[in-house]
Design a protein around this ligand. Structure first.
Ligand code: HEM
Length: 305
């Protein structure tokens, strides 16, 4: 999609986005404007680089920014306004939506597994069976990691990273399940509560129990039901779902396959702080500290063995 950002570019963007979020809370418009200016400078530089490189490479399309630039210049977009500002807005939208989300899922999954050492061993057992211990996990292994995938579903049920999704406005009067919602109402979908609803999940809804998904054909997008919609549902659901899931699966699989993990200072798993920090995305209130112990026989990938 995008060319990988350089370390300093990622650093500046993360700082800007974090700063803007802080400022929004504090109502500091001037600082937000300054953050927006800094963001604009970083993105402007990236776009200019793409324009320059495209000339050098005879217009060869390499990533998503190249696609947007070629759309901007093509005749097909002449009827609609699609300029550099739109490209910048899309980059900001995608980066903003992609950065916090996957990180938070990994964080919560890790915390739940640290709190449930037997389940962590079970994930590691599956990894040992599917991948063995003489190479690292690769993308092609992921579809075979059934238990890990159930752990991820269970994590996103209890800890949806966007607990109220994104606010919506109803475009017409409508009655749903006997509730009348007038046109132009602000509607919030409380995914956090849906994930803990005992009517939808059974009495142990508050428990972390990935086994509840055994033999259950439930995807993430509410095609048949709306119990599990951590990416939203319908035409405005998350367009980065496949990429986000892939990232989460690969990061978790690699961390759990390469290392055994324990809490520092002999802390007990049940003492792990699971307090949430409520925001548009829901992070852990405290940082997660844990100690890795290498567990593979070798670091070679299957390509080199
Ligand atoms: C596990 C990781 C992720 C989770 C849990 C997640 C979750 C969500 C949720 C809940 C929404 C709002 C949907 C709604 O309002 O109904 C959303 C929107 C969005 N996500 Fe993701 N997301 C993830 C990863 C990504 C990635 C990797 C990208 C891009 C590369 C991305 C791009 C977007 C964009 C652009 C939107 C706004 C869509 C719109 O308003 O039309 N997301 N995401």
């Amino acid at each position: 999609m995008f060319r990988p950002l350089r370390r300093e570019e990622v650093g500046s963007l993360v700082e800007i986005v974090k700063g803007a979020a802080e400022d929004r809370r504090a109502g500091l418009l001037p600082r937000m404007k300054a953050a927006s200016k800094s963001f604009d400078e970083v993105v402007e530089k990236i776009i200019e680089e793409h324009i320059r490189d495209a000339k050098e490479q005879n217009g060869q399309v390499r990533d998503f920014i190249d696609v947007m630039l070629s759309l901007m210049e093509s005749n097909s977009m002449k009827q609609v306004q699609f300029g550099k500002d739109n490209i910048k807005a899309i980059i900001l939208d995608v980066l903003g939506a992609a950065m916090d989300t996957s990180v938070n899922v990994v964080n919560w999954a890790f915390a739940e597994l640290l709190r449930h050492p037997k389940l962590m061993k079970r994930v590691q057992g599956e990894l040992r069976e599917v991948v063995c211990v003489d190479r690292i996990v690769e993308e092609t292994d992921l579809s075979k990691l059934n238990y890990l995938n159930m752990v991820i579903k269970e994590t996103m049920r209890l800890h949806p990273v966007a607990p109220l999704l994104v606010p919506r406005e109803s475009t017409e009067d409508i009655t749903i399940n006997g509730y009348f919602i007038p046109k132009k109402s602000r509607v919030l979908v409380n995914v956090w509560t849906i994930g803990r609803d005992t009517n939808a999940w059974s009495e142990d809804a508050e428990e972390f129990n990935p086994d509840r998904f055994i033999g259950v054909d439930m995807d993430f997008v509410g095609r048949h039901e709306f119990q599990l919609i951590p990416f939203g549902s319908g035409r405005r659901s998350c367009p980065g779902m496949q990429l986000g899931l892939l990232e989460v699966q690969l990061i978790l699989a690699q961390l759990l396959h390469c290392f055994n993990w324990e809490l520092p200072d002999g802390a007990s798993p049940c003492d792990l702080d699971m307090t949430e920090k409520f925001n548009l995305t829901m992070a852990r209130a405290s940082s997660l500290h844990c100690i890795p112990n290498y567990r593979l026989n070798t670091l070679k990938t299957s390509k080199t063995t």
